[in-house]
Design a protein. Structure first.
Length: 187
């Protein structure tokens, strides 16, 4: 099994990267998030953490920029398939995706192209509770949710407000800014 590849990025589309390693070009399926992170690296050396999936009719490599995303993919894809998993990881951050599944937030999942209400509900039913072995870092997201709960919002209301606020802010927005926007957000 191929767990890791390092080589020259020689071709790139929004769904696939080709990496040249010792004269062999490996086609690696990627998320939109990964594409955004590497689109400026064409012709340069790149490292992918990979998962290889064998089927009767195919042998595919899936590549990720960090081990956390790879672990999350490996947890999700047996239940919902690699294509759906790549779509979810390409449109939602790892922590938002995990929390949407764990807390049954259908509204968050249906924002992903190709995921309807029934699919979102199926994903939640099949995966709720299975993400406990996927390490989740303590984030400002959780701190903001806890702060909103502390001032009187229900857990569901607080999570919806924070998720909505995170979509409008930059990834590294400080906790104070996240709380300020979350408080103004209508759910």
């Amino acid at each position: 099994m191929i767990e890791y590849l390092e080589g020259k990025l020689i071709d790139l589309t929004t769904v696939k990267a080709t990496v040249l390693v010792s004269g062999i070009g490996y086609g690696i399926h990627i998320t939109l998030t990964t594409f955004d992170r590497i689109c400026h690296l064409q012709g340069q050396n790149i490292i992918f953490h990979t998962t290889q999936i064998f089927r009767e009719d195919s042998n595919r490599l899936f590549g990720f920029m960090d081990k956390g995303e790879k672990r999350l993919f490996e947890t999700l894809h047996p239940s919902i398939g690699p294509k759906t998993t790549l779509s979810l990881l390409g449109h939602l951050t790892q922590d938002i995706l995990q929390q949407a599944i764990e807390y049954g937030e259908v509204e968050t999942l249906i924002k992903v192209p190709g995921i309807g209400k029934k699919s979102a509900e199926r994903i939640i039913v099949e995966l709720k509770g299975k993400l406990q072995n996927v390490p989740m870092e303590k984030t400002d997201h959780e701190d903001a949710v806890q702060a909103l709960i502390h001032i009187g919002y229900t857990s569901t209301e607080a999570r919806k407000k924070v998720l909505s606020a995170k979509e409008t802010l930059s990834k590294n927005a400080p906790l104070q800014e996240l709380l300020k926007v979350a408080l103004k957000t209508k759910i």
